[in-house]
Each structure stands twice: as C-alpha cells, then as structure tokens.
Write a protein that binds this ligand. Structure first.
Ligand SMILES: C[S@@+](CC[C@H](N)C(=O)[O-])C[C@H]1O[C@@H](n2cnc3c(N)ncnc32)[C@H](O)[C@@H]1O
Length: 242
C-alpha cells in the first residue's frame, strides 16, 4: 500500500468517528434544517455519509460528491443500511477542483442548493503538489499556504462551492467550525465571497457544540493541532442566497 492510500484509510476511520458523533448529537439535523425552502442538494465532500444520511432523513434529494474513494464507499454503505433512499441519492466520486468534473455536474444534474459542510481532507506532500497551483491561482500566497495548508485548502474548496452555485444561479450553504460565533460584524471572509460572486443575501446561524479531536479526526486551528479529546466549538452556518 502506498502512503497516500494509507492516508486515505486513516482519514476515513478518524473522520467516521467524528462524524458519527456529530450525527448522534443532531448537529447535522440542525445543519439540514437551515436549508428549509430547498429541495435538491449538491453536497460537496460527503465524507463517510452521516451528513448525507441526515439530509435524506429530512426529505432532501442529494447528489453527494466525494474525492476519497474510501469515504464514498463507506458513505454508500451507511446510507443503504439505514433506509430505502435509492431514488433520492446519487453518489459521485470526483474532485470539485477539477474543471471537467464541475462542468459535468452543471450539465448533467439539477440542484437548488450547493452545500459544503466541515470541509477538510487528509494532507500530505502529494496533496500539496497537486493543489498548490490551484491555491496560487485562486490568490493565496505561498507563506499563508505553508503556515496553514489545511485551512488554505478548505478556503479553496469553499470558493469552488460558491462558483458552482453561482454558475447554476442557486444558493450555497457553508458550515464552518469556529472558536466563536460569527456574524456580519466580525466576518471578514464570507462577506467577501458574497461580494465576489454577487450573492443577494448572507445569513448566519450559530450553534454551540462539541467536536471530538483526539480519538476522532484531530482538529487544527491556526495550524495548531488539538490533542484534547472533546472540544467546544461553534458550528457556523452561512447561507448565501443567489
Ligand atoms: C471533513 S469531511 C466532511 C464530510 C461532510 N461534509 C460532513 O460534514 O460530515 C470533508 C470531506 O470532503 C472531501 N473533499 C475534500 N476535498 C474535496 C474535493 N476537492 N472534492 C470532493 N470532495 C472533497 C474529503 O475527502 C472529506 O471526505
């Protein structure tokens, strides 16, 4: 097994523990409720499927995309074991950073909201080599990427989510895990996305919660990994309406 394959497998196991915790604590249920008024969701990065399952249980149709084949296998299994959702969900393996994949999505699928919840990935040298040109092109500088590659990468993927939504003229919902509540007065970032993509409206919702770190997928804030087992976090849902 090569090191990337190993990183993918480790990621699946760790994220699955964190994600199951979110599901049991009904954080995904809260996220799904924030999409009221929408029907068909394009989910960017479905992970091991607990978020997808929560959306399906709330009655949404879901097109779930995921680049890690180990994650998507687990997600398909989880959903099939927990209900009869065959006609409500499509799983697609692909990378939203690839233009041909995004164009295929736009041409072949209908959706009325794009979501990008808790985006992240395993991180290694191969990831850096592949995504660095994308991050530079997007506008990040090398120093910023070097100090905090994972959040630089997350920023890039959120930007692609907004781009997809705008090209389809639909809304986008991002869920970020923060250390404090976010609103229009202390948000330097999502407001810029609203302006850059000319979304009509931005809406913030905050929910205080907990996340597993050690024992699940280790949380990294400002480049610092946390080795506490459970951490207080704030889930911030940002809805940008087209
Ligand atoms: C931290 S998990 C979150 C999963 C799910 N959204 C949730 O909230 O439980 C992020 C997922 O996004 C996937 N991902 C990261 N970058 C991606 C990309 N460029 N294209 C598609 N999926 C991606 C990762 O493989 C990972 O499984």
């Amino acid at each position: 097994m090569n090191s990337t394959q190993n990183d993918k497998l480790v990621y699946v196991d760790e994220w699955n523990v964190s994600s199951q915790y979110f599901y049991k604590n009904e954080y995904y249920s809260w996220m799904a409720d924030n999409l009221t008024g929408h029907k068909k969701v394009l989910e960017i990065g479905c992970g091991t499927g607990y978020s997808t399952l929560a959306l399906l249980e709330k009655g949404y149709d879901v097109i779930a995309i995921e680049k890690n084949e180990e994650c998507i296998r687990k997600a398909e299994h989880l959903v099939s074991e927990n209900g009869d959702f065959d006609s409500k969900v499509v799983f697609l393996q692909g990378d939203v950073a690839e233009e041909t994949f995004r164009n295929d999505l736009l041409e072949q699928y209908e959706f009325d909201v794009v979501i990008c919840w808790n985006i992240g990935s395993y991180w290694n040298r191969e990831m850096m080599t592949y995504y660095l040109p994308h991050m530079i092109e997007y506008g990040l500088d090398v120093q910023q990427i070097r100090v905090n590659p994972e959040s630089s990468y997350a920023e890039l993927i959120v930007w692609y989510a907004c781009k997809l939504a705008k090209e389809k003229n639909v809304s986008v919902n991002i869920v970020d895990r923060c250390g404090e509540q976010l609103n229009e007065h202390n948000d330097p970032y999502y407001k810029c996305l609203k302006d850059e993509f000319s979304f009509a409206k931005i809406e913030y919702k905050n929910k205080e919660g907990k996340s597993l770190s050690k024992g699940g997928r280790v949380l990294t804030t400002n480049g610092q990994a946390s080795f506490e087992s459970v951490m207080d976090i704030v889930f911030v849902s940002i809805l940008l309406d087209s």
